[in-house]
Design a protein around this ligand. Structure first.
Ligand SMILES: Cc1cc2nc3c(=O)[nH]c(=O)nc-3n(C[C@H](O)[C@H](O)[C@H](O)COP(=O)(O)OP(=O)(O)OC[C@H]3O[C@@H](n4cnc5c(N)ncnc54)[C@H](O)[C@@H]3O)c2cc1C
Length: 371
């Protein structure tokens, strides 16, 4: 596309910082760059008409890890690494809440629960046995006990008699959070260009040439915040992981309130607007879900519906209202990749399943790579 003289002069001349991706990370890094460089010309390029990755698609859990997840993480990470990860998530959530305000993002501290399936008594036992050890490990962060076990007062079926409870877990309205972030970025005079996909970039000593599907331009610095799509542009160990979600129609007198992790966190559900939002099932076919293509599969959707009927809402009538999917960026390590890749190119990617929690910190750290 041939841009006009005005378009080139107004939007794409003397660009100081270009950020690819308008998810939590890209937008937070734009805000941080504006704080550090009040006069800079900052442009965000986004391939979707709205952010089209994970930030507008997620379940809105304001969480930092369930008991079984933390125990699992300790199998591949040291205690120090796990503690660092959890500290980052807690700090990230604080940052997000402070930046946007609890009322605006509808933050509610309703607590988080971990349900153990009837078949997996072994995991239930492990979690009960290791609870005290994990609580002790987390004491420096929370100063008090995090995990306890409670009776099944929500009357879920086909699960162990008690579930894990985490009183520090909360939930947000994902749409409100992203709407507030986008408005904040625009108020700060950052330009967001939607439906503009970056195809490649190349750099010399002082500038980076950016080639999009519509036009080309130069920028002084390039920040890549494309998470699950990162491997399309850079060579870093991050893979796409699709996550499928459904939501019920409103249910009268819905008794379930909180955020819930089921079967090692492979399934998750919560209340929102008198509905149940339910996602997960990626483990049923990891290979098929290692994709950056949006979509639903029968195997995952059937398992979500079956669990809704048999475990979550066994005696309540419900109808499915809507289904969607989002793309996460994952790797063998849970640590995000925040680093300088070239003279003037930087990335903040691989947020995994907890980007609501760490997105703000990753965005800030990404911008802080620039002096
Ligand atoms: C279904 C689902 C449920 C989740 N639930 C939770 C939860 O409850 N709690 C939690 O903490 N986390 C959750 N997550 C994870 C969390 O949403 C992500 O970790 C977080 O949103 C990642 O933010 P991001 O900015 O790094 O990436 P994204 O939000 O994916 O942003 C990347 C952006 O880059 C754009 N982009 C990519 N390539 C290009 C290109 N070439 N040119 C231009 N633009 C490009 C994409 O369109 C996208 O908008 C969930 C994720 C999913 C998918």
């Amino acid at each position: 596309m041939n841009l006009s003289y005005w378009e080139i002069k107004t939007w794409f001349t003397d660009v100081d910082f270009t950020i690819i991706g308008s998810g939590i990370v890209g937008l937070t890094s734009a805000i941080r760059l504006r704080e550090k460089f009040p006069k800079a010309n900052i442009v965000v390029l986004e391939k979707g008409f709205l952010p089209q990755g994970a930030s507008t698609k997620n379940a809105g859990f304001a969480c930092f890890g369930s008991l079984s997840e933390i125990i699992d993480d300790l199998n591949i990470h040291t205690e120090e690494e796990v503690l660092n990860l959890i500290t980052k998530r807690v700090k990230g959530l604080q940052l997000l809440r402070e930046a946007l305000g609890d009322m605006i993002i509808d933050y509610q501290n309703l607590g988080g629960y971990e349900l153990f399936t009837k078949e997996n008594e072994a995991l239930f036992d492990i979690c009960q046995n290791k609870r005290t050890y994990i609580n002790k490990l987390l004491k420096p962060v929370f100063k008090t006990e995090v995990f306890s076990f409670e009776d099944n007062s929500f009357h879920f079926q086909n699960i162990q008699p008690k579930y894990g409870f985490n009183r520090f877990e909360g939930q947000i309205d994902t749409g409100k959070m992203m709407d507030a972030l986008l408005k904040k970025v625009l108020r700060l005079g950052v330009k967001i260009i939607n439906t503009c996909k970056v195809e490649s970039f190349s750099e010399d000593n002082t500038t980076v040439k950016v080639k999009t599907d519509l036009f080309e331009f130069s920028t002084s610095k390039l920040l890549i915040a494309t998470n699950g799509f990162a491997s399309k542009l850079i060579d870093q160990p991050v893979k796409p992981a699709r996550a499928q979600v459904l939501i019920t129609k409103p249910i009268a007198n819905l008794h379930i309130k909180g955020t819930f992790h089921l079967d090692r966190g492979y399934y998750y559900f919560r209340n929102i607007d008198n509905r149940i939002l339910f996602g997960g099932g990626r483990h049923l076919n990891f290979n098929a879900e290692e994709t950056d293509q949006f979509g639903q599969t029968k195997i995952v959707q059937n398992s979500l519906e079956t669990l809704l009927k048999t475990t979550i809402l066994p005696i309540t009538n419900f109808e499915i209202d809507h289904r969607w999917s989002g793309i996460m960026g994952v790797g063998t390590q849970k640590k995000p990749i925040v680093k300088q890749l070239g003279n003037n190119v930087y990335c903040g990617v691989r947020l995994g399943g907890m980007g609501v929690a760490i997105g703000s910190i990753v965005g800030r750290d990404l911008a802080d790579l620039l002096e």
